[in-house]
Structure formats: structure tokens, C-alpha cells
Write a protein that binds this ligand. Structure first.
Ligand code: GLC
Ligand code: GLC
Length: 817
């Protein structure tokens, strides 16, 4: 069953009924100011940091779900007894005559109609500005004049979202506002240490306003029954403590056929410390005035939306796909890249499954998110790399997370995840291959955010590389520390205390638990590290790195092979994990996908065997589960992985993030049909008509789909903020379609189903566009017979760097050479 459809031309997903199986959201904003926006106008917004600078309040895990947003209430006085409804369906769940929500790139548009009155809300964050714009258009489609009261509503958060939910003895006394007709200012804590406030304004005169929640709603009412709206008259309430809100009351008269448009702006404003006040107790409104001046008419709002559209057209023009397979083309060409932008911006901070107050930016997560984003805005990827690297410790280890606002490591979670350091090399290599800019290596970057400890980024990479080498165990394999990529494999934890964090408790430092995942990751990035050394004149270091990689491959072959697949780890007692000797957890996806992706066992048949085992043991119709058999009971020596009921999350869920590793690994073997199959199984567009079971947005990847051991097999959770986005994009763009940046140029090496007759891709690369047409009438899965560039035949499959700002024609013919 479907709840909408893809409008490919408009680059929109169109939701055709409001009661989706879960709120289907979009992200507004792509720079400093962000809004989460559901298909019924739920959600919230923040400036830079969802925890520290949240403008509007949102209650997670609320009943009913998704209560709170930017709401508009309509009251049609021309109707007997005056009809009241919410045109976004929620929060009143109004029975609408028509409803549609279009989620586009950085904007959403909800349109609905009831009794001849149509409503359109276009919501977005303009480029390079710190506000949400909500343009409302009301149209009278009936034959009689309509008299309508429109009320707006937002509820302010007292900035720190965690404190806002917990510290009521203080918070109920500190709320402060100012109201000047259509302009409502939220200024809690401005009197003391804050120099920022929020403004919620509309571009027309108002009949009244409210800024106190209780006055507007009534103490015992929900958002679905605001007394003020039913009474048809605002109270002009001025909040003092309790819960500040912003609500406008606008009276609208519409002749038959007439339309009127209104521009609402919800913005974040800052003043220099010495210019906070206009007069005692009255905030300096200059920044708000300037912002509102810019968006004071529907035309100005439309112009800002056009600029946003142009921005996305240019951005996505850097990688476009055209192919017969519509789902692949729309995902790879539009939605997957769009999600990559969101994961790059948000890391794991704010979604409908991440509260914005827990995890900030992850060291490993953000480095991986970069992989799907670096081709879009390389300069931002570069800045991000430098931020991340600054949270590394001098010994090469790293803070696992850091706050986006302060860019400081998070002490509560600390360090000790032994895979973290290597992901930095992965991120930097991707940046260099994309841009050719080796100069990033010479940037001076602090360690532990301490300028005095600063050294070149190259030294950071070296410390990362060495961290693995200096932390190895009895089988010459890397020590796992608190966990590797799988946060739930907590081999030194041994937790028996309820509620204790599996990730930060390390009460049994065995010093011997080893990870095959880190070993493979080392082999995957090691050659890039060596190559970077070679290309920057560090020949000895390159040779040392090559040797270390060879030694690691030997250790893996000697101690990391179980007969039919790669082992996963050795535990704190030196026992195998992910072996046929185990009762549960005999085979894991990560070590197998990653090992083959790194090229291990391609020479001796083990790679093929490992992937065949993955297919036999782990594959399902919705993707590949993380392990089998699922752990049936809690294992104190394994930690969180065994805490989940079978089939969920890391305990045998389809943890989508790692499926693309198998996809890429399959392309190493040249098995294009199988690679494409593993790609499509987790790709949301292919499950669009299965939305009732899958539940989450068909246009974005989810972190997890319940595995075959779970009651709700096939149901997705944790959409949007997942490393799946970046890796899925890498797998389809670089390995299946095979257009891959390498140090010397753009490599073209597709690996596709034999039945795929061809496709074309336009790729921006180092200041030139390559329009690449791939022709597979030969019906092969892999292999390039010939390449021509601007009509001349090319030796090899690497397109040279042309850098002339022009578009070049490339024709690739697949087949035997
Ligand atoms: C979560 C984390 C990520 C981790 C993964 C597997 O998605 O954000 O860092 O690798 O889970 O445990
Ligand atoms: C839990 C989740 C894992 C996530 C981690 C972050 O362990 O299962 O996916 O990475 O929390 O702290």
C-alpha cells in the first residue's frame, strides 16, 4: 500500500493522505538554521545545535504522536456555528475535503481544502538566513463571501532543550516575551547571559495575539482544542513565566474566487553584547527588523524559495543519473544525495528518533557521512574534517562524539572506541580523491581541542594509523576497546547493573579482545594512507604502511578465518565470536563485507566463499541481517548486542548501514546481479508499495529494518540519520554505476546486472563535468571494452582531470577487452 508517490519532475515526494504509518518528515535548512517538518506540520526548529539553541518545543514520545509544530487554525464564520479546523490535519485530525503534502528539497508544501476554503502552507528555510518562512495562501473557492479567522501557533522552547524538559522549578518563572502587534518576541534569559532571541511575525496587521499557552489553549486542553480559536478572539496575553507561545489572530474576508497570501517568519536573532538593549528592558530589534524586512511580501518569499530551488538544482547537477530503473535513478540522483546532506549536517543529533539532546556529532559517523557528501560541497567537508580531527587525542584515539556548537569532545561518552581513529583517514582520503587538494594535510589542527598541542593534519593521520598498530592483541589483530563500528559489541564491559551504559562501562579491561572489523578497516584504508604518503614525498612512511597492511592481511588469514567465512572477534577470554563453534552469533555481516571490500581473500577464493555464506546464512527479502543465529539470551561477555530481542537492532536486525559493504564487496567479485540485488533490498523506493509494513518514509533510508527473527519482520525504524545514506550512495554511484574518484582522476568501472542495458551519469569532478554514457548491449556484469573521451579513444579506465569548467562526453562500452 502506498501513501503517496514520487513526482520526479518536481523532485518531490507527494503524500496523499495525512495518516501515514508514522510521521513522514522533511528537513528545512542546510546551513545554520534547521527545522524538522512532518507531513502534518509537526516538528521544531533550532539554530546550529538542537540541544543548546532550540527555538520551539517538541515533546518526543508524545501521545498522540507528533504533537507540536507550527500550527494554523482556521475558523470559518460564514458557516453556521462557525467551523474550526486545522488544515494540516493535525492537531485536530480535521476531516478535510482534500489533503496533500509535498516534501521537496529543503521545503515542504501542505495543501488542503474544506468547504470551499483552500489552504496552502509553503515552509522552508531561506539560503543563508536563520529563519523558517511559512507562506500561507487562503483561497475562497465557494460562491459566497467568506469571513475567516486564522490563528497561528508555535510554542517556544526555553533554548536549552534538555533543561526545558526537566527543570520546571526554574523554568516556570523565567519565560519572557515582548509583543508589538504582528511581531512576537521570545526573550527568555536575554536579561542575563543570552544575546539572542526568537521572533515570530506575520507581514499583515493582526486583530490580536497571544503569548501565554494557558490563555490560548486553556489549561486542560490539548493542541486540538484551543479555547481561543473556538471563541474566535485572541486575549492579547503577555506571558510571564510558565509557557511562552506565539499566536497571531488574523481576520480575513474573501470574496468568491479571491486569494490572500500571508508570510509568517520564525527567526533567530543575535545582538552584539554591547547592543543588546534598545532601552531598559526592551530588546534591540534591529536584527529582527532587518530579517523581516527581507521577507515582508509573498513575492519576497517566493523569490527566496526560487533561490533555494536553484541552489539544489546546481548542487544535484554535480551527480545526475538517467536509467530505465526509475527507483534507482530517483534515489541515486536525488533522494539519496539529499539524505547525505542531512546526515552531514545533523550527524546523529536531531530526527524523529534522535531527540537532539543525546548524541551530537559522532567521530566515526561524521567521517562516514562525508563519503556521501564530499562531491556536493567539498569546502564544507574540508572544514568538517578539521573540526573532527581537533577532537582527536595526542595518542591517536578520539572523542567518540562532540557538540556541534562548541565543537568540543563530549566527556560523558569519552573515548576508547578503537575503530574511531581509522575513519579519519577514510574521510581525508575521500576528500583528497575528490578534490586533489593535498594541502589539507599541512593544516595545523589541535589535539584534544588544545591549540598548544596542534600539529599538521598529516600527523593526525599518522597517529590514527599507529593507534591501531600499537593496540593489537594476541593474534596480532586490533584490540576492540569499548567497541568497534558495532557499538553493541562490548567485549570489555561485563555489565550486570540495569541502566549502566554499555558503551562507557569498561569494568573488565581484558587487554586481549580483538576485532576483525577493525582489522579489515585497516586493510581497507591502509593503501590510501600509503598512497597519500607516497604522493607527498613521505616514501619511507609509505613503505612502512604497506608492510603493516600486508602483516594485517596475514594475521587475518591466519587467525580470522573460520572455514567458510571471516570471524568477527575474539572476546575477553580469547574465545571466538562469529564462528561455527558458537551457539548463537555464528556469522556476522561486518567482518565479511568489510574484508572483501578491502580485497582480502580475492586471491584465494575466501572472498567468494565468505559472500556466499553471507547470502546463505544472513540474506532475507528485506536485506541482510547483521548476524545469525540471533542471541536468544543476554550474554554478559558480549554486552549490548545480546540485550536486544532477536531481530532488532544489532541483534540480527537488518542494520542497513552495513549492507552496502556487501554490495561493494560483491562488485569486487564482479557479481553485478547480486550487487544490485543487495542494493535494492534496503533501498526505500523499491518498497514504496509496501509502506504499510515498512512504515517509514519511502524516500529515505532507515538505520534498521526488523530482521527475520523479529515479530515485525520488515518494519523500519530510525529513518534519516544513518550511515546507510552515505554508504548506499557510495555503493551505487562508485561501485555499481562505477564512477569513482581516485587519486589520478575519475575511474569508470561499472558492475551491473547483465540485464541492465546501460545508463548515463553526469559527474562534476575537479572543475569539469563528465557526461558519461555506459553501453552494455554485450550483457556483461563487469568489464570495460573501450572508453572514449570527447570522441577520442582512451587508454585505460581513468578519466583524466580536465578542470576546464566544461562538459566532456564520455562513452563507455562494456564487454571483453
Ligand atoms: C549507530 C551509530 C554508529 C554505529 C552503529 C552500529 O548507527 O551511530 O556509530 O556504528 O550504530 O552500532
Ligand atoms: C545503541 C544502539 C547503537 C548506537 C548506540 C549509540 O547501542 O544500538 O546503534 O550506535 O546506542 O550510543
Amino acid at each position: 500500500m502506498q501513501y503517496g508517490f514520487f513526482d520526479d519532475e518536481a523532485r518531490e515526494y507527494v503524500i496523499t493522505r495525512p495518516d501515514t504509518p508514522y510521521p513522514w518528515i522533511n528537513y528545512l535548512g542546510c546551513d545554520q538554521f534547521y527545522g524538522l517538518f512532518s507531513n502534518t506540520s509537526g516538528g521544531y526548529c533550532f539554530y546550529q545545535d538542537a540541544r543548546m539553541l532550540r527555538l520551539t518545543r517538541y515533546r518526543y514520545n508524545n501521545v498522540p504522536t507528533d504533537g507540536g509544530g507550527r500550527y494554523f487554525y482556521l475558523r470559518d464564520n460564514s458557516r453556521d456555528g462557525a467551523d474550526v479546523w486545522t488544515p494540516s490535519w493535525m492537531p485536530m485530525k480535521s476531516a478535510l475535503d482534500r489533503y496533500e503534502c509535498r516534501h521537496g528539497l529543503g521545503y515542504s508544501r501542505i495543501s488542503s481544502a474544506l468547504n470551499g476554503l483552500t489552504f496552502t502552507q509553503t515552509s522552508f528555510v531561506p539560503i543563508k538566513d536563520n529563519c523558517e518562512i511559512h507562506k500561507i495562501v487562503l483561497t475562497n473557492e465557494s460562491n459566497a463571501t467568506k469571513n475567516v479567522d486564522m490563528f497561528s501557533f508555535v510554542e517556544f522552547c526555553l533554548w536549552n532543550a534538555f533543561d526545558d524538559m526537566t527543570n520546571f522549578q526554574r523554568n516556570y518563572s523565567i519565560g519572557e516575551v515582548e509583543a508589538e502587534g504582528p511581531r512576537i518576541y521570545h526573550k527568555t534569559e536575554y536579561r542575563e547571559r543570552r544575546n539572542h532571541y526568537a521572533v515570530w511575525a506575520v507581514n499583515v496587521p493582526v486583530a490580536g495575539f497571544d503569548t501565554d499557552r494557558e490563555s490560548f489553549l486553556g489549561l486542560y486542553n490539548g493542541f486540538d482544542h484551543p479555547d481561543t480559536v473556538f471563541a474566535g478572539k485572541a486575549n492579547n496575553s503577555l506571558a510571564s513565566g510558565w509557557a511562552p507561545i506565539g499566536s497571531h489572530h488574523i481576520k480575513v474576508e474573501l470574496a468568491p474566487g479571491q486569494s490572500k497570501a500571508f508570510v509568517f517568519v520564525l527567526g533567530y536573532c543575535e545582538n552584539p553584547e554591547d547592543q543588546k538593549w534598545a532601552s531598559p528592558g526592551i530588546i534591540n530589534k534591529a536584527p529582527a527588523n532587518a530579517m523581516l524586512e527581507k521577507y515582508n511580501s509573498p513575492e519576497a518569499a517566493d523569490k527566496a524559495l526560487t533561490a533555494l530551488n536553484d541552489y539544489w538544482t546546481a548542487l544535484l547537477g554535480r551527480f545526475t543519473v538517467s536509467a530505465d530503473d526509475k527507483n534507482m535513478a530517483r534515489m541515486a540522483g536525488v533522494w539519496n544525495q539529499y539524505q547525505c546532506m542531512v546526515t552531514f549536517n545533523m550527524s546523529r543529533s536531531a530526527s524523529y528518533f534522535e531527540s537532539g539532546i543525546g548524541r551530537g556529532m559522532g567521530f566515526r559517523d561524521s567521517n562516514q557521512d562525508l563519503l556521501g557528501f564530499v562531491h556536493l560541497v567539498p569546502e564544507r567537508a574540508r572544514a568538517r574534517i578539521l573540526d573532527i580531527a581537533a577532537t582527536q587525542f595526542p595518542d591517536g584515539s578520539a572523542y567518540h562524539q562532540y557538540q556541534p556548537l562548541t565543537k568540543r569532545g563530549n566527556n560523558e561518552v569519552g573515548t576508547g572506541f578503537n575503530d574511531d581513529p581509522l575513519w579519519l583517514i577514510c574521510g581525508v582520503a575521500a576528500y583528497i580523491k575528490e578534490t586533489g587538494n593535498y594541502d589539507i594535510l599541512e593544516e595545523q589542527v589541535p589535539f584534544d581541542n588544545n591549540e598548544e598541542l596542534a600539529d599538521s593534519l598529516f600527523v593526525h593521520l599518522k597517529r590514527s594509523f599507529d593507534y591501531t598498530l600499537t593496540h593489537s592483541g594476541p593474534h596480532r589483530l586490533p584490540l576492540i576497546g569499548r567497541a568497534d563500528w558495532n557499538d553493541c559489541l562490548n567485549l570489555n564491559c561485563f555489565s550486570k547493573t540495569p541502566g549502566e551504559s554499555f558503551q562507557t562501562t569498561a569494568n573488565y579491561e581484558s587487554g586481549i579482545a580483538e576485532s576483525l572489523m577493525i582489522a579489515s578497516l585497516f586493510v581497507f584504508i591502509g593503501p590510501d594512507y600509503a598512497e597519500i604518503c607516497r604522493r607527498t614525498g613521505r616514501t619511507e612512511e609509505a613503505e612502512r604502511a604497506d608492510k603493516a597492511v600486508i602483516a594485517m592481511i596475514e594475521a587475518i588469514k591466519e587467525h580470522g578465518w573460520d572455514g567458510n567465512w571471516f570471524l568477527r572477534a575474539y572476546d575477553a577470554m580469547g574465545k571466538k565470536i562469529g564462528s561455527s563453534e558458537c551457539e548463537d552469533g555464528q556469522i556476522f555481516i561486518e567482518s565479511n563485507g568489510f574484508a572483501v571490500m578491502a580485497g582480502i581473500g580475492l586471491d584465494d577464493g575466501r572472498a567468494r566463499k565468505a559472500l556466499d555464506s553471507v547470502k546463505e546464512q544472513l540474506d532475507t527479502k528485506y536485506g541482510i541481517v547483521l548476524l545469525q543465529p540471533a542471541y536468544k539470551e543476554y550474554h554478559v561477555e558480549l554486552g549490548e548486542v545480546s540485550s536486544y530481542p532477536p531481530g532488532y537492532k544489532e541483534n540480527a536486525g537488518i542494520f542497513c548501514h552495513n549492507n552496502p559493504w556487501v554490495t561493494i564487496a560483491e562488485t569486487q567479485l564482479g557479481r553485478g546481479t547480486r550487487a544490485f540485488e543487495t542494493y535494492t533490498k534496503i533501498c526505500p523506493a523499491y518498497r514504496e508499495d509496501d509502506s504499510k509494513l515498512r512504515r517509514l518514509e519511502p524516500y529515505v533510508y532507515a538505520q534498521m529494518v526488523a530482521g527475520k527473527d523479529a515479530q515485525n519482520f520488515g518494519e523500519a525504524k530510525n529513518s534519516w540519520l544513518t550511515g546507510t545514506a552515505a554508504w548506499a550512495f557510495v555503493s551505487i554511484s562508485q561501485y555499481i554505476l562505477g564512477v569513482r574518484p581516485v587519486f589520478d582522476g575519475l575511474l569508470i568501472d561499472p558492475c551491473i546486472p547483465a540485464s541492465m542495458k546501460g545508463f548515463s551519469v553526469t559527474r562534476h569532478f575537479r572543475n569539469a563535468y563528465y557526461h558519461i554514457t555506459v553501453n552494455n548491449t554485450a550483457g556483461v556484469e563487469k568489464g570495460v571494452a573501450s572508453v572514449s573521451l570527447d570522441g577520442k579513444s582512451l587508454d585505460g579506465i581513468v578519466l583524466p582531470v580536465l578542470g576546464d569548467g566544461r562538459t566532456h562526453e564520455v562513452v563507455v562500452t562494456m564487454g571483453a577487452k
